[in-house]
Design a protein around this ligand. Structure first.
Ligand SMILES: [Fe+2]
Length: 226
């Protein structure tokens, strides 16, 4: 990956210690001093903060961190098809996309919404919008009666948003690569038929397929190959 260097340790047991002073059990006041996690962090500093902050919040959840770390690593590869500015947002969002599952951040039952709220509270508005709508979260939000809440995060319809969904939906729950079809089956197996995450797949799959196809086409056209 040409722009964003790999800095996060590979062992799930040995993430680099985060430098952020944010405690996950509370929301930060916008504009407060969050060191490298501040909204003014750009480029590699933002990616470093995102990877380390995601590790800080998600390592206790085991597989959830393995998944997010692998999604971030996939995004570092996919980012080769994007500008420097977009690649930074894509990789940072990839590491943080499931941060709403962190125990201290769960509020609504919709992890995309909870993660977006948290990132907005830190002043990362674009990351918040990307995370809010990753992997067509709107359908699960609708099933949970949270669609109006999610609309508070205007959706970015872009190749970056497609690529974030691509990275999330081609990495399994423990970080293993898989196809979209395998990913959907895995979600259904882990959550059960009645869970909103499973039920929403019936509506989201056509849109997920299109997002993946658009991203794969972009990767081909930009010469980004495994
Ligand atoms: Fe995910």
């Amino acid at each position: 990956m040409r722009c964003v260097r790999q800095r996060v340790a590979n062992s799930p047991d040995s993430p680099r210690r985060p430098r952020s002073t944010v405690t996950p059990s509370r929301y930060a006041e916008p504009g407060s001093d969050l060191g490298e996690g501040s909204a003014t962090a750009t480029g590699e500093a933002l990616v470093d903060w995102a990877a380390e902050h995601a590790a800080e919040l998600l390592v206790p959840l085991g597989d959830r961190w393995l998944h997010c770390r692998a999604v971030g690593e996939r995004a570092r590869w996919v980012a080769g098809a994007f500008s420097q500015q977009d690649s930074v947002q894509l990789v940072a969002a990839a590491y943080l996309h499931d941060v709403g599952d962190a125990p201290g951040l769960q509020q609504t039952g919709c992890h995309a919404l909870d993660g977006a709220r948290y990132l907005r509270s830190l002043g990362h508005e674009r990351l918040a919008r990307l995370v809010a709508h990753h992997a067509e979260a709107r359908f699960e939000a609708q099933l949970r009666g949270l669609d109006r809440e999610l609309e508070g995060f205007p959706r970015e319809k872009s190749a970056v948003a497609d690529a974030l969904t691509y990275c999330d939906m081609t990495v399994g729950s423990a970080g293993e690569p898989m196809t979209l079809h395998e990913r959907a089956l895995d979600i259904a197996r882990r959550y059960g038929d009645e869970h909103a995450a499973t039920r929403s797949l019936a509506w989201s799959m056509p849109y997920l397929s299109l997002a993946l196809a658009r991203t794969e086409r972009r990767l081909r056209l930009r010469g980004v190959v495994p």
